[in-house]
Each structure stands twice: as structure tokens, then as C-alpha cells.
Design a protein around this ligand. Sequence first.
Ligand code: FNR
Length: 388
Amino acid sequence: MPHYGDYQTEIYFQGLRGVLPKYPVDFAGLLARAQAAMSPSTLKYVQGGCGDEHTQDANASAFKHWGLIPRMMVDCSARDLSIDLFGMKLPSPLFMAPIGVTGLCTQDGHGDLAAARAAAATGVPMVVSTLTNDPLEDVAAALGDTPGMFQLYTPKDPELAASLVSRAEAAGYKAIVVTLDTWVTGWRPRDLNDSNFPQLRGHVLENYFSDPRFRAMVGKDPKSDLQTSVMTWAATFGKVLTWADLPWLRSLTKLPIVLKGICHPDDVRRAKDEGVDGIYCSNHGGRQANGGIAAIDMLPGVVEAAGDTPVLFDSGIRSGSDVAKALAIGATAVGVGRPYSYGLALGGTEGAVHVLRSLLAEADLLMAVDGFPTIKALREAGAVRLPG
Ligand code: FNR
């Protein structure tokens, strides 16, 4: 039975023929290479975060104070990393978090399609952002047999919201992920100092430009008058959602609804009471609020309050060990964000596939060495919070 960890055998054997990996297998190396490859504005947009970026740094460094206690004399020669999520049987617990400038991360401006092809090649699902450079239908087609979920930035115009959701459902997405923490943009010094906000420059708005309701709002072909279209977009982006909106959201779709950005146990309990299907614990990678607490440190409270409700997690995942730790703490599925953007920037689909395979290989090998043949075993063992 093939294992994700076999990727390292592949790399070592290629080395015997003098072939070295095209892309770094570690995050630091990946970032260094991406910094050289990306345009300064896209790099700043992807790499940057809110305020002095303390929270986004903490998201990644906090994994260092979580640890797994190895178990020995366990047969881990066969390992199963598959999970069930909303009725889907997924080969691994990894997914690609929604990244609104994915389209800009490849030279050809079709990074969303490249990412979807990486999903198709690896079986790692993609949560497709509302903000894409190709329409959600085209991105869905590029996913092949790998499932996708659609992330909704809820517009103020209810008909536009309904249209986006019904298009996503028709295109075959398996869940609607409603992002709660971005009705207004957080204070991002890197972008502010360059006065750069890609959407206002007409980027990543294809889902709007291809939408019948949005086109009616603009009153003409959105591409024939970019300024009017961007202003129409800016005026409708970012509905302030409250709990009172949930029945309306529910009425828009039969698909599972996942709330992204939930970090407080009371919000988890409220979401469950309101019939939400999944909780997505995330602080948006520290891009939206510089609140100071690492997402992984909020995960235990979320998991406990969630009970049987699936918990998706992201923010700070930089390695396969991070993936394993988040699973041990109780996440059902773990999202990778910035690292796959850097993979796309370096090598398009191939670069993103490499990043996903590296994360999965490291997680799989950690589980193999530490005595956890399944995610269930890993979760039962749990993770230890070290002092500090
Ligand atoms: C994001 N994120 C995001 N989230 C979302 O719900 N919709 C979106 O369109 C975007 N766009 C976006 C752009 C960029 C450049 C980044 C880096 C992030 C947040 C994303 O889904 C995820 O929560 C974070 O990326 C997780 O943090 P790390 O692990 O990337 O640091």
C-alpha cells in the first residue's frame, strides 16, 4: 500500500541519479525562493499580515509549544490518513485554504486553475475563494475528481449572495464556507505603505464579473468599464453577518454550511445550536486582526465545544508536523494557506503539488515513527502543551 511518506524515498532515489528536488521541501527554503520569484506587490500581499504581524508570527511559532509523546512497539507499517467530512471520504486530512490572490500567484494569472489541478493531482481538496481570477465553474472543472468547497464572502446584495451560492452548488462544490472575519479589511501595513489592494485594481473579481446578478448591477459588461465595476464591487463587498442571518444563509443552499473564523467556544456552541454543519477555526493567518493569540492555542477550546461537529483548522501550518499536531489536538481537517501560494509561484501546479506532497509526507512519517497508524490513534493520544 503506498504511503505519503514514500515521497522521501522518491526524492532520495532520484538523488542517486543526480536529480535533486526542484523545489525546497521545507518552509524556510520555499519562502526564500518565492521571495525571489514573486512580484513585490503580490509577495507583500501574500506574506503580509495585520499590524506588526505579531499574530501571524505567533500562529506559526506556537506549534513549537505543542508536542506529541511517541509510542513504541506499535505496528505502523500500514497507515491510513483518510477522513470522512460531510459524507466525503477524503484520502487525507489536508485541504487548501481559500486564498483570494491565488490567481495572481502564477505568472499567467491563472493560479486558481493551477491550484485546482494540484488538488486534482493529489486528492487534496481546495476551498475556492470568492476572489478568483477564473470563474468558480472553471475552477471546479479543473478539480477533476477531487472535491472542492466554495468560500463565500457574503455580499451586501442578497441576490448576488444567492447567485454565487447557487452557482457553487450547480458547479458541484461540496460545502459553502462562509468567512465571518472579513466584512472589512484588517490594517495591513505592507499593503498600505504601497497603497496596494488588488481588488481595487480590478484583480480577482472574475466570480463577480461572470455573475448575472452582478452584471445586472453594473448594467453593462463589467470589463467594458472597470472603474464602475470595481466601485460596484466595493459597494457590495462585505455584508456584516450576525446570527440572525443564519436562517437566510441556510435557505440559500442544501450544501453543508461551515463558518470560518470561529475561535471562541461560545461561538461554537451558538453555531451548533443554529444548525451549522462545520466549524472552521482560523484567525485568517493573522491578516485580519492582530489579536495576539495563535490559532492553534484556541483550537482545544473549539474542539471541546464542537463535540461531534467537524472542525476545520488553519493558520500557521508550515510543516507536516504542524498538521499532525493540529489533528492530535482534535481538528478534523487541516488547511494549508501561504505555503501552497509559494509553491504556485515557484512552479505552478507542479510547485503546489510538491508543497502538498511534502506536508503529507512529513505528517505521515511523523505518525509512522511516533506510533500512530491512524488519525484516530493520533487524536486519542492527543498533544501536550509545553510550558512557555
Ligand atoms: C487569505 N485567506 C482568505 N480566507 C478566506 O476565507 N478567503 C479569502 O479569499 C482569503 N484570502 C487570503 C489571501 C491571502 C494572501 C492569504 C495569505 C490568506 C485566509 C486563508 O484562508 C487562511 O485562513 C490563512 O492563509 C491561514 O494562515 P497561513 O497558514 O497562511 O499563515
